[in-house]
Design a protein around this ligand. Structure first.
Ligand code: RIB
Ligand code: CA
Length: 315
């Protein structure tokens, strides 16, 4: 039986590649994409999710739009900076409508009515998931595993001190950590920066694949232009595709090593707002993904994207 999956995304380029990867895999049954604010406003992340699914002929997968702001920011909290990417992905206009129901309502209703549990994968701010838990704390019971892209382990090195998905809504992130999910996996940027995709690999994607692989190659090249200027890349022409690695873990859990840890988020008006304290501890409740197998991740991505066929041309 394929694993039932809901992606909760702030869709820009790497979320879009994650959606394509999830939709391509027979091991996964992508029930829906719920859109949340983060890198872009929620109306754009929903539209981008819809465009992505329509592009690959998966108009049957619904997209719901959810929260457009953090759940409980302290007074005067600085507004989070969005992504330097354009708000709308350069893909054909969506041919399918965003569902009229609010994403948080849909998540709660789905959790209440389901007889089979699902896997939830937040790859944007955690505002939708925290809101679902606040609306109904028993929401967690319907979630077999939650796999969160977020956080940073090492401070004082070349990585940012605050990872954006956590930094956009630290209170929501802490609420998700405290909610009592039976199995919570965290994929931090320390790990995604160790599974980077390089310019020459984009050429491989294009050579081997169809429309989705070509679009993914374009998106990764755009990311490379931005990331290569960051200290962590040390000038290398390569970039992390954070959210795609997170989905790849669902397909093959041996692509990373999981280490138990306790995780705390800096919240409130602290000057360190958004940082994550990740302490490895055999008794820790969070499983932190480390040591990715970068070559196998790329091979999974390449092979999966090559399977996708284009959707009908927009009329
Ligand atoms: O820090 C990386 C994360 O922030 C990714 O999910 C990216 O898409 C952005 O949301
Ligand atoms: Ca994201």
């Amino acid at each position: 039986m394929p694993r039932r999956v809901i992606l909760d995304c702030d869709t820009g380029t790497d979320d879009a590649i994650a959606i394509m990867l999830a939709a391509a895999r027979p091991e996964l049954d992508l029930l829906a994409v719920t859109a949340v604010w983060g890198n872009h406003a929620v109306e754009h992340t929903a539209d981008n999710s819809r465009r992505t699914l329509d592009l690959i002929g998966r108009s049957d997968i619904p997209v719901y739009a959810g929260r457009g702001a953090p759940v409980a920011p302290p007074p005067g909290a600085p507004a989070a900076e969005g992504s330097p990417e354009p708000d709308l992905l350069p893909l054909p206009t969506a041919t399918t409508r965003i569902e009229p129901q609010d994403a948080v309502e849909w998540l709660v209703e789905t959790a209440r009515s389901t007889t089979e549990r699902f896997t939830l994968v937040p790859t944007g701010s955690m505002s939708n998931v925290a809101s679902a838990v606040a609306a109904d704390p028993s929401f967690v019971d319907a979630v077999e595993e939650i796999v969160v892209m977020g956080g940073v382990i090492e401070r004082g090195g070349l990585l940012p001190e605050v990872e954006t998905n956590v930094g956009y809504d630290p209170e929501a992130a802490q609420q998700v950590l405290d909610a009592g999910f039976e199995r919570l996996v965290l994929v931090p940027i320390d790990t995604t920066y160790r599974a980077i995709v390089a310019t020459e690999q984009c050429a491989t994607l294009r050579d081997d694949g169809g429309v989705a692989a070509g679009v993914a190659a374009d998106f990764i090249e755009q990311r490379i232009e931005r990331y290569r200027r960051l200290p962590a890349m040390r000038g290398r022409a390569a970039a992390p595709v954070h959210d795609a690695l997170t989905v790849a873990y669902l397909v093959d859990s041996t692509l990373v090593t999981l280490r138990p840890a306790t995780v705390r988020v800096h919240t409130g008006d602290s000057p360190t707002r958004g940082r994550t304290d990740i302490a490895f501890d055999p008794a820790g409740a969070v499983r932190v993904a480390v040591e990715p197998d970068a070559p196998r991740f790329f091979e999974l991505l390449r092979e999966s994207l090559a399977r996708l066929k284009p959707g009908p041309a927009p009329s």
